[in-house]
Design a protein around this ligand. Structure first.
Ligand code: SF4
Ligand code: SF4
Length: 90
């Protein structure tokens, strides 16, 4: 299943508070988060990853960026109950 097909199966209520953060001091710019994110949220600015301001609207909450970061630079927590994504038929 690709990201477009997955997007058709989800309902999203954009969380009002942040649920991903980056500790730029720990980031080495390896780019693993950029590669793994299914909706292309992460970018590299020089040797540091960056999280755009609209990530809460686009993120699928898969946690892959958090899992793949060997430096522990990414902090991920699921959005507050009642916000974020709901997988239809899941
Ligand atoms: S995976 Fe971690 S260390 Fe690598 S670019 Fe992303 S945030 Fe930085
Ligand atoms: S949780 Fe998944 S969709 Fe969201 S930014 Fe990380 S890799 Fe991308």
């Amino acid at each position: 299943m690709n990201a477009k097909e997955l997007a058709r199966l989800i309902h999203k209520t954009v969380p009002e508070t942040d649920f991903i953060s980056l500790d730029a001091d720990r980031c080495t710019g390896c780019g693993e988060c950029v590669v793994v994110c299914p909706v292309f949220i992460w970018e590299l600015e020089g040797h540091t990853a960056s999280l755009p301001a609209d990530y809460r609207e686009r993120c699928l909450e898969c946690g892959a960026c958090w899992q793949v970061c060997e430096r522990g630079a990414i902090c991920f927590d699921y959005p507050e109950s009642g916000t974020g994504i709901t997988v239809l038929y899941g």
